[in-house]
Write a protein that binds this ligand. Structure first.
Ligand SMILES: Nc1ncnc2c1ncn2[C@@H]1O[C@H](COP(=O)(O)OP(=O)(O)OP(=O)(O)O)[C@@H](O)[C@H]1O
Ligand SMILES: [Mg+2]
Length: 428
């Protein structure tokens, strides 16, 4: 199929883009590439005019956009780490995601503007856009996205694919039981011959955000203070478990609660990424005590070894009814009995939390104990943690670059003629 000016979609002349929006980050990049060009935190910093100091009058040529007139309700938006992580008076942090889908379209537009201008650095009307979506995405949200891409961004073509289907593709499967352990939730979605079985999909709110909250709780109980990294000017080298000695930075007045909480959450996440480990079977103090320790230094300089706590922390991910093994079993049980052997033979794990060390092994072990013994159980996941987290994006990158997919796109012409109805027909 050829697009405007006879250019080929997905061919060499023009690059199709893949967008994978999540609660934690948005992955965006060119189809055919191995990894996304950018992985951008899924929040937008917003500062209103009353807080913009005169010295900053001119909008810098950074990741910043400005809307509204000077007189009435001017807002500045700050996107991506280099702008967002700077302490600014009055900067509130807002997310545009809710319940697995885009909810605040004004903010999401700011994010897309940023993607085209600063990441892709090419006009949106030159690139077909493939978006991933959660199986629960509502019809109004899908239609709104199509409308935005065709009407505001003038995309030559657009397509929506369920992220579970793409994660299966990334692992070389068209039939799989996809277990996605993300930030806001963990889900299990059966995929048969490239179609996600929406009615059999199950999810729970236990994901990376919950893990970070557990880490905060655990450190509080251990009386370990997580000082904000942005507040530390310098720190001294001290012995293990000695009280930190540091000097504080002078910070701008008026830092918002939402920004401070966002920054602290990133620190608890970092702690989890460095320290958390999933034990092979249910947590047992004595076994955990003999496992290797992991050393962590906090922003104020305090540092210590973590031993059994590393394992105790992640037990919440395998909770009886909310954990990944239970979800996988529930999703498989909701499918026809004759589909189950293929699903059990092809469990695909993806998402950021699935890259926690030991997570996949634990899932495999628990599933082996729960799955019917007549079924051969086999789990798959990308060996490297980035690929595991980017599975849906990578699947989109593969799909959008294969020849036979090119006729699947909804072209702008089809959208003009058939409207939003095209969506249900072409992207079921
Ligand atoms: N090694 C790790 N150990 C534990 N958690 C991790 C690790 N690496 C990433 N995470 C967590 O994974 C989450 C991000 O995963 P992912 O990118 O799959 O989420 P998302 O797709 O943006 O969110 P969602 O699926 O909820 O919409 C974060 O909460 C992050 O802290
Ligand atoms: Mg996700």
């Amino acid at each position: 199929m050829s697009g405007p000016n006879g250019m080929l979609y997905g061919g060499d002349e023009i690059g199709a883009l893949v967008f994978d929006p999540g609660h934690h980050s948005l992955r965006v990049g060119y189809a055919q590439e191995d990894t996304p060009k950018a992985d951008i935190p899924a929040v937008v910093g917003v500062v209103s005019a009353t807080h913009i100091p005169d010295a900053e009058e001119k909008v810098p040529d950074g990741n910043v956009t400005q809307t509204g007139s000077k007189a009435g309700g001017e807002l500045r938006h700050y996107i991506d780490i280099t702008e967002l992580h700077v302490p600014r008076a009055g900067m509130e942090v807002h997310t545009y995601m809710k319940d697995g889908q885009v909810d605040n379209w004004d903010l999401f537009e700011k994010m897309l503007d940023y993607c085209y201008a600063k990441v892709i650095r090419s006009p949106s009307e030159h690139h077909p856009a493939l978006f991933t979506e959660a199986v629960w995405t509502t019809r109004p949200a899908r239609e709104k996205l199509a409308e935005l891409l065709f009407e505001k961004y003038q995309a030559p073509a657009f397509f929506l694919v369920k992220s579970a289907v793409l994660a299966a593709f990334a692992n070389g499967k068209s039939t799989a039981l996809v277990v996605d352990a993300g930030a806001s939730q963990t889900s299990a979605v059966p995929v048969i011959d490239g179609y996600a079985l929406v009615n059999a999909a199950v999810r729970s709110p236990v994901g990376g955000d919950h893990l970070a909250a557990q880490a905060k709780h655990m450190l509080n109980n251990m009386h370990i203070q997580m000082l904000p990294l942005y507040s530390i000017q310098s720190k001294e080298v001290i012995r293990e478990r000695e009280r930190g000695r540091y000097t504080l930075k002078t910070l701008p007045a008026g830092l918002t609660h939402s920004w401070q909480q966002y920054m602290l959450k990133r620190q608890y996440e970092d702690f989890c990424h460095c320290v958390a480990q999933v034990s092979e079977s249910q947590y047992e103090e004595r076994a955990a005590a003999s496992a290797p320790f992991s050393h962590y230094e906090f922003p104020g300089g305090y540092h210590q070894d973590f031993g059994p706590e590393r394992f105790k922390l992640t037990e919440c991910l395998f909770e009886q009814t909310l954990g990944a093994p239970h979800l996988a079993c529930a999703a498989a049980a909701a499918c026809d009995a004759d589909a189950r052997p293929a699903l059990w033979g092809s469990v695909v794990a993806c998402g950021g939390v699935a890259s926690a060390p030991g997570w996949l092994e634990r899932l495999g072990k628990e599933l082996a104990a729960r799955a019917p013994s007549s079924h051969r159980l086999k789990s798959h996941a990308a060996p490297n943690s980035t690929e595991r987290r980017f599975a849906a994006w990578i699947g989109g990158s593969i799909l959008a670059s294969i020849g036979s997919f090119q006729q699947m796109w909804i072209s702008s012409q089809e959208y003009d003629e058939g409207g939003k109805g095209q969506l249900e027909r072409k992207c079921p």
